[in-house]
Design a protein around this ligand. Sequence first.
Ligand SMILES: [Zn+2]
Length: 266
Amino acid sequence: MVGSLFGALADLVLPRTCAGCGVPAVMLCRACAGLLAVPRLAEPRRFPWGFPPTVAAGAYAGPVRPAILAFKERGRAELAVPLGAALALAVAVVVSAVPGPPRPVALVPVPSSRESLRVRGRDHVRELTARAVIELRPFGIPAAEARLLRRRGRVQDSAGLTAGQRRANLAGTFERSAAGSTVPAGALLVLVDDVVTSGATLTEAAAVLGADRAGEAAPVLAAVVAATPRAAPGHRCAGRPQAVRERSSRVPRSTVGSPEEGLASN
Ligand SMILES: [Zn+2]
């Protein structure tokens, strides 16, 4: 108890290091934050049938991995600021690809398992979602959190499973949550998560969300902080739709080019 209190106090007063590369920095240094400002389409290696159109703010590789793990597993909750800004960028890009006038955006956090919530003592995806909402609104993207999904049943930890095993493990994982019924008419549904690897989780979640949206013109979309790179590091989606390029001007520049602004706001 005393030890943990001391640790918490030390965290408050001692200079911290970049969660990505370890250089002295408040949260993420400029170089590491820049790695999360290169949006690309997520392309799982074995593209699951029904995988939603998904944009990641960067590659889940290099310093991005320890940065996300520090936030997710090691209690560096302050990283919600730069990582939530990265998620906002991914959301802005994926919704900009939908033709037509801007629509309300409902961010649907992928629910963590009860076991994960118990171990971590917090819901890190909802923390990212809340931050992304804050980042998006000043840039004319009316986003709000919509907790439309919840977990059901028991799922074993997916660590160490193959992509096929993960799919089987996840079958029937999610169901619609009755609590989340306040989505504006015509809203774009954007699943949000920290990382996409095999794509199984987002595919399962999108199937549940899309089940009662047969009449909807726009598919369920997804946005993540980082995606496991499929090709060589640095590969970026070359063929972004025109709409993406046009509306990229609406993407929060503070999240793209000047990560320090996000840091300073803390
Ligand atoms: Zn760094």
